[in-house]
Ligand binder design. Sequence first.
Ligand code: F6R
Length: 366
Amino acid sequence: EKDGYEHYMLKEIYEQPRALRNTMTGRIDEAGQQIVFPDLQLSTETVKGIEKIYIVACGTAYHAGMIGKHVIESLAQIPVEIDVASEFRYRRPLFKGKTLTIVVSQSGETADTLAALREAKRNGSSILAITNVVGSSIAREANHLITTNAGPEIAVASTKAYTSQLIAFYLLGLYLAQEKETLPSEERKSLIAALQKLPEQVETVLAHAEGIHTFAQSIKDEGHLFFIGRGLDYAVSQEGSLKLKEISYIHSEAYAAGELKHGTLALIQEGTRVIALSTQAELHEKMVSNITEVKARGANVLGIALEDNVELHRSVDDVCLIPSTDALLTPILSVIPLQLIAYYTSVALGNDVDRPRNLAKSVTVE
Ligand code: F6R
């Protein structure tokens, strides 16, 4: 059932091109011009009336939500607030006007996410669930549903569910923008075309991943590591850091690159390992200067960058290249090497990759 892969996690990493295709299937019209969401009961009038969106989730699903916020705000121009479910429930958020609460959950059974859904519902908010399990509690209690069609995810560390959740957010962002007419149709078309290219580009990243074994060997005895990035790259850094912690048990921290100099830079010493993400053209220069800052203190830096970003290549010790795509879509490609780094480090340490210590696949306690 592992199809010849040593672990479910590796199998699921390699299943991502298919999971992404399946999540797009039936949701883009044949001409590639429009998002059609036959399963989503959101009328144009309802979409136009949404004043605010909350995104609520835990762990990896929360990290997908961070990208979702960025996507929805930039495409559909609706303000979005995002919270971890266990915080949202107890902080008494202000539900004023027409709100839509998006809950994201692979299993659809996470206790805190379900409780947050109920809290939002009690406050009159409409609920949209993004989940991988059709008959789950969260799917049943939501008013609107987007299923991620990633197939069953067995490994505790989430991979294909995360990238499928990102696809769900891209489709949703485009759909809201289309209904609200906030995005010129030409831009929508080119974003849809870029979206449809992603599965193939993920295959390319997977086919060129040999160097990651060696990198994993080189970090397996480290006590701690940093992931740095800005904007979308910061959100992906958080996901990479969580993945590494949960299965390799190595401590790491994800930091917004511009924030380093406000304290964290004190921890960078000779030999400190840093993984720097730089996929956003408009932030390249700023990232190069942050990388220079850590290098000046002796850090050893792996850059995750677009293939055409030559300037970044020169400023790091090692580089892992990803194919070029629309700036909004890079997270789908840049997270792949981070998933593989966590996987191969865990294997190198002899850990139980699919069932890491202290963790459960579905967290039904609060
Ligand atoms: C990390 C991981 C967890 C889950 C979190 C939420 O790899 O798997 O952080 O993402 O427990 O689970 P779901 O999405 O099922 O609500």
